[in-house]
Design a protein around this ligand. Structure first.
Ligand code: ATP
Ligand code: MG
Length: 498
């Protein structure tokens, strides 16, 4: 075959002008060498799928010995090639460019197939062309319908055998039967489809391909055994994602020139859309997967999807670590909650979890008993339930005297004692660092104060005075304080000082 087959022709009317540049077929073939040979087949199949009215595409690949294989791709499109010169004119204006729901865009793909073939014959409704050692020849015979493209490829037997599993990855459009070596591609079970607005590439009136946002369908397919999840453009595999499902995008996707990848931002958008749709079906292992991680960190992740994710990952009983209430974190653990620390999710995931209120701080879910901090406590302003001293009973005075004395002897400080009767205050009593002990008659009951200095009274006073040393019931400081107070009380009682 002639070495240079593609000639860029300036528009010259009838007069032949020398072309600006030529393409070295050998050089192009060498560049394509690193691609898997299945790309040849994908290029021809996508061209056939692109034709309006196609119902059947048949592909055969046969190893012919001596490192040669014959590939034939045949379709039944009513019109066939519109312009046969497009078979060999690289980058000619492709009508498909302006239609986001056709795959073709550069008038390029089929020329790559020519580049790596030794011989190619195209027969279609407009006639035919043969490319061989001697160059390019027109063929007179026409087909009634459709096109048939035969390529003699340089291919080792092993390469030839490796192609079938690649071909079986294709997702044939529902209206088209695609057959490989006599066996139709197995229909795939559609799991879900939904519409999403995604970037696409579409030519505007001036012929330039531009990015545009357009609503399209995404179809999700379950992986067949041994498959790796892949992103497809209208049934043609583009790039493996390793996600949970195959994604088939119903319009042109933004592609690199070699058609081997999409920009990372595009994949992210697809993953978020899928996640927002499928979050109700997350399996436990999904929440640790890259696609879910990507989606959960995106600002476009839906609030319900965020809820599903954190439930899947941390369970229904979950709180975030709350530095403002150390005891609350421990209470959460003791009540079977998972305490989620900062480093366990990405910054983006935390933003989403917070705005969806999907993980509340431990201080809100399992708060520690509030310590009364006196008049500067924010609750104090609304607090109207104090019992004035004039209304104290003898029992209340006796408890007051006892508490003051213990404070003086054990804590070595003076304290104030107050009484209230309120449903508003959290606990039966409280003690704050300002030395203010408060009893809540609403919780303790009136009788509690009238039985003298019972063990109950002593217990409560020890409990509250423990807070002189720590507000956190579950800290070792608090535990140690209780032991010391108990021991000191014993020593005082033995000496007859209490
Ligand atoms: N099976 C076919 N039936 C009808 N026309 C075809 C067929 N295969 C190719 N063509 C025509 O040949 C042209 C060139 O195909 P080629 O694959 O090179 O470019 P494209 O599909 O337009 O764009 P891309 O570079 O994205 O593949 C197509 O635009 C189409 O008009
Ligand atoms: Mg093409």
């Amino acid at each position: 075959m002639m070495n240079s087959v593609f000639i860029a022709q300036p528009k010259v009317g009838k007069d032949k002008m020398r072309s600006w540049f030529e393409v070295d077929k050998q050089g192009l073939a060498q560049i394509l060498e690193r691609k898997g040979k299945e790309f040849v087949l994908f290029e021809l199949v996508q061209n056939a799928w692109d034709e309006p009215g196609v119902t059947k595409v048949s592909v055969t690949l046969e190893y012919r010995g001596r490192n040669k294989a014959l590939l034939v791709v045949e379709d039944d499109s009513p019109e066939g090639f519109k312009d046969l010169s497009h078979a060999f004119t690289l980058f000619a204006e492709s009508a498909k460019k302006a239609n986001p729901e056709q795959r073709g865009r550069f008038n390029f793909g089929e020329k790559l197939v020519l580049a790596i073939s030794d011989e190619v014959t195209i027969r279609t409704t407009k006639g035919g062309i043969r490319f061989d050692d001697a160059g390019r020849h027109s063929l007179r015979a026409r087909q009634d319908i459709g096109s048939r493209i035969e390529c003699l490829l340089r291919m080792r037997e092993a390469e030839c055998n490796a192609i079938e599993p690649q071909v079986r990855k294709l997702i044939s459009p529902a209206r088209i039967t695609t057959i490989f070596n006599g066996t139709p591609l197995e229909p795939r079970a559609l799991l879900e489809q939904f519409s999403v607005t995604l970037p696409t590439e579409v030519a505007s009136a001036d012929g330039f391909l531009r990015r545009a946002q357009r609503e399209t369908m995404i179809q999700l397919f379950v992986l067949m055994p041994g498959e790796t999840a892949t992103l497809y453009e209208m049934g043609i595999p583009v790039v493996e994602t390793g996600d949970k499902y195959h994604y088939d995008i119903g319009q042109k996707v933004p592609l690199t020139l070699d058609r081997e990848n999409v920009p990372p931002g595009f994949l992210r958008q697809v993953r978020v859309a899928v996640f927002n749709r499928m979050h109700g079906q997350l399996a436990p292992e999904d929440v640790n997967s890259e696609w879910a991680e990507t989606a959960i960190a995106s600002p476009d992740c839906a609030a319900e999807a965020v809820q599903s994710y954190v439930s899947g990952r941390f369970g229904e009983k979950r709180v975030s670590f709350d530095p403002s209430d150390p005891e609350a974190n421990k209470l959460a653990v003791s009540k079977g909650y998972t305490v989620v620390h900062g480093g366990m999710m990405s910054a983006g995931a935390w933003l989403n979890a917070k705005s969806a209120s999907a993980i509340l701080p431990a201080g809100q879910v399992t708060p520690s008993a509030k310590v009364w901090t006196g008049e500067d406590d924010p609750d104090a302003a609304i607090f109207r339930d104090w019992i004035p001293e004039s209304k104290w009973t003898n029992g209340m005075r006796e408890v007051t005297t006892f508490a003051r004395r213990v404070a003086e002897k054990v804590l070595l400080r003076a304290i104030t004692v107050n009484f209230c009767a309120t449903p508003h205050h959290l606990a039966a009593a409280s003690y704050g660092p300002g030395g203010e002990l408060v009893f809540n008659k609403f919780r303790l009951g009136a009788d509690w104060f009238e039985r003298g200095i019972t063990e109950d009274v002593v217990q409560l006073v020890i409990h509250e005075f423990g807070h002189e040393y720590s507000p956190d019931h579950l800290s070792s400081e608090y535990h140690h304080a209780l032991c010391c107070i108990g021991a000191k009380l014993y020593a005082l009682a033995r000496r007859g000082e209490m």
